[in-house]
Design a protein around this ligand. Structure first.
Ligand SMILES: [Zn+2]
Length: 380
């Protein structure tokens, strides 16, 4: 089997996050915290450095920064650069065509503005609107459910006109992907609880299922009307998410509704470990797309090969989209771009060896997944 060389292809990262103004963690534990979904302090202190993801990161960084492949040497080499130079160096080397940025996290005051990120990366930056944050603001501002719904419809009336190319939902982190249709009474009761939380705490973490589900249906109606893609966090995440309810098969009730078929649904993070289930959905619903992230979830090489094989074997490759899910520091965006090209090159090389694709078809599939499918879908 000969791997296909994809190193020259520019990449559209269809789901990533902003980069911190300040790139220098105060110590090794703070640095480790960037590479785990766990909040347990002992994980960052003791265990993160023994994941295959982290070992691969240190070795790749050492090669790139021309230093010893040891954590201390890599962190010292990284210190030599200004924050801006560090970001520019990694992002330029990754060769991006577009960065699709989820504006919901980290908080915007901690991250570079889009125009600065665009300058440093040397590519377009296309922002995406996280709907739960918008909903939380509207619930805090309005004292009836009817007025929240009206305000949400107004806020989502022309999403592209506001500069966003897609919506993003973290309902899997809050109440699960089993989004239902609720009676008005249930939604009103949940709204009253949410308003009570706003009054008690001064802020809201929207995890009131009948309310969130109801507002999501309002969102889907607006998205379908505008043929606007929506990304869903699915699968592997921090422990806020109940992984049983992060299984994409729970989206069936939404996907079965004809009135939402004009809304492209992007299932994020290869839905790890539910990649096969998500790839099945992309195979049977025209409007479902599957994101393949090579940064986060923080996996070893073999699992990335396996999910890539599963995705290609089940879903049409016109439905597969490359991403990093990189957050905060440029290393994840960068290493994911390297790994994504390498893994797609290997898996597509295998498909040529099996006689399923010609070399020319395999190269075209790689360009589609790495860049062109996302550009066609989001129209950045
Ligand atoms: Zn993300």
């Amino acid at each position: 089997m000969t791997p296909i060389d994809l190193t020259h292809i520019s990449v559209a990262d269809n789901h990533c996050h902003g980069l911190y103004h300040t790139q220098k963690p105060k110590d090794a534990t703070a640095w480790h915290r960037l590479f785990t979904e766990s909040d347990d302090p002992g994980m960052s202190r003791e265990h993160v450095a023994t994941t295959l993801f982290y070992r691969r990161l240190i070795r790749e960084m050492a090669t790139f920064l021309a230093c010893e492949p040891r954590e201390e040497a890599v962190l010292a080499a990284r210190q030599q650069y200004t924050d801006r130079d560090l970001i520019r160096k990694f992002l330029h080397a990754a060769n991006f065509a577009v960065l699709f940025v989820d504006k919901g996290y980290p908080p915007t005051e901690l991250t570079l503005p889009d125009n600065e990120l665009s300058d440093l990366a040397g590519c377009r930056v296309a922002p995406m609107l996280r709907v739960e944050i918008l909903m939380q603001h509207l619930i805090a501002e309005h004292n009836t459910l009817a007025s929240v719904i009206e305000a949400l419809q107004a806020a989502l009336n022309d999403v592209r006109g506001q500069g966003y190319v897609a919506l993003k939902s973290i309902v899997a982190y809050r109440t699960g992907l089993n989004i239902r249709t609720w009676d008005t009474g249930d939604a009103e009761a949940a709204f009253a609880q949410a308003r009570h939380e706003v009054q008690e705490k001064g802020s809201l973490r929207l995890a009131h299922k009948p309310l969130l589900d109801t507002l999501l249906h309002v969102t889907f109606t607006e998205a379908a009307r505008q043929e606007l893609p929506i990304q869903f966090h699915t699968g592997y995440g921090d422990t806020d998410a109940d992984m049983l309810l992060a299984n994409p098969l729970h989206l069936r009730a939404v996907l079965e509704q004809r009135k939402y078929r004009a809304m492209p649904v992007v299932i994020l993070h290869e839905c790890y470990p539910y990649t096969r289930q998500a790839a099945y959905l992309a195979a049977v619903y025209e409007n479902v797309y599957l994101d393949l992230s090579y940064g986060i979830p923080l996996l070893g090489y073999n699992e990335m090969i396996e999910f890539t094989r599963a995705a290609f074997d089940v879903a049409p490759f016109s439905k597969l989209l490359y991403s990093s899910d990189g957050v905060g520091v440029p290393e994840i965006h960068w290493m994911s771009a390297l790994d994504g090209r390498r893994i797609l090159g290997q898996v597509l090389g295998e498909r040529v060896a099996s006689g399923e694709l010609s070399t020319i078809e395999a190269e075209a599939a790689a360009v589609a997944v790495l860049r062109d499918n996302a550009v066609r879908l989001y129209k950045p």
